[in-house]
Design a protein around this ligand. Structure first.
Ligand code: 0PR
Length: 355
């Protein structure tokens, strides 16, 4: 018989993930709503009502009065749907989408699926979208300009207001990918959300820094009419149309997102941000003292030029770590990452480092 008591993955050595141990309330809500489908609100009204609450809460976090959107399967779905909305709005043209090279690979999937041209522009020496390059890339066929608020590799925040202006100047929409950053940015000084800029759509994922169970991503749109671009008729359901990409969806994700946000927004998330950011700075400092070059952790994510041989030795010790495209060690200080874990990691690094 297969051993289903097998340990799925203890979090005590996971430094590479953007997922984390869900909050106990989120875990409990997920279990209770496991067999519900918010894709069929006529049959499962309770979870459909919870989804409205989730969008209200996400709107609060992202500075959007009167928010619209839905709980997606993750950042990938939210990003694909944002590109799809922009493509539909750009009717009659062969649209292009402009994104910094720090953008997540989900936009490549979107471009592939939707038949839009993806124009990838360089980032500057601080790993942020190069505004000159963005300006030079947009034209009258640009449907969407993408900015990242918390990049996957370095945790950087693009200049969102400026990207919004560039988008407006050519009649394009502006999408912010805050899939990872959205639950820490409210406690920073960055201009990243709907209040500050000409932002039309946003990805913001409860199942990352939001401490909800997987799958719980978020798509927010400035105006509910934007969701109409996604809607298809649903002839045999009680509800008449559906704007989601998937059909049957996880009620567990939806309920879990609401439970986590009810529990943690804003004070719990604030405390978590401070803890994670302090940990990232502590680790950056420890690595710098050992002579490594470290990218400044502007959000709780550390990248350092630890050589591949040392990286492999740490992996062999069971550390779950990852590398950037330019081969740096990358550590994400998620809520389950404690100071003790990092101290133990640095201890192993000292023991194993290959110079
Ligand atoms: N946008 C940004 C900025 C992201 O970092 C990610 C995921 C996405 C969108 C896509 O989100 P979903 O994966 O929810 O669709 N970035 C991580 C990455 O690609 C995803 C990840 C998460 C990887 C957990 C490993 C892991 O254990 O590295």
């Amino acid at each position: 018989m297969r051993d289903m008591q097998i340990e799925p993955q203890a979090f005590d050595r996971v430094l590479s993930s953007m997922c984390t141990d869900p909050h106990p309330a989120a875990r409990d809500a997920a279990e209770r709503f496991l067999a519900t489908n918010p894709g069929d609100p006529g049959t499962y009204p309770a979870v459909a009502a919870l989804e409205d609450d989730a969008i209200e809460l996400l709107g609060d976090i992202a500075g959007l009065d009167d928010p619209a959107g839905y709980i997606t399967s993750g950042g990938t779905e939210a990003n694909i749907q944002a590109v799809r909305i922009a493509r539909e709005r750009a009717d009659g043209r062969t649209p292009n989408v402009v994104m910094p090279d720090s953008g997540h690979f989900s936009f490549r999937k979107a471009a592939d699926l939707l038949g839009v041209e993806l124009r990838i522009v360089p980032t500057d020496d601080r790993h942020r979208a190069d505004l000159g390059a963005v300006r030079a890339s947009v034209d009258e066929d640009t449907a969407l300009v993408i900015g990242v608020a918390g990049t996957t590799e370095y945790g950087r925040v693009d200049p969102i207001p400026e990207l919004g202006e560039i988008a407006r100047s050519v009649g394009a929409m502006c999408h912010v990918d805050a899939a990872w950053g959205g639950f820490v940015l409210p406690f920073t000084d960055y201009d990243w959300h709907f209040d500050h800029a000409a932002v039309d759509t946003m990805a913001i994922d409860p199942h990352k820094m939001g401490q909800a169970a997987v799958p719980a991503g978020g798509l927010l749109v400035r105006d509910a009419a934007l969701l109409d671009e996604l809607a298809v008729d649903t002839p045999y359901l009680e509800s008449t149309s559906q704007a989601t990409l998937t059909g049957t969806r996880s009620g567990a994700g939806v309920a879990s997102a609401v439970a986590a946000m009810d529990e943690l927004w804003p004070e719990g998330y604030r405390r978590q941000y401070v803890r994670s950011q302090n940990n990232a700075e502590w680790l950056a400092d420890a690595l710098e003292k050992r002579g490594y070059e470290v990218a400044d952790p502007t959000l709780p994510l550390v990248a350092a030029d630890v050589p591949r041989s040392t990286f492999d030795a740490l992996r062999a010790e069971g550390w779950r770590i990852s590398r950037t495209a330019t081969d740096e060690l990358r550590i994400v200080c998620m809520p389950h990452v404690t100071r003790e874990m990092l101290a133990s990691f640095v201890g192993d690094l000292d023991r194993l480092e290959v110079r």
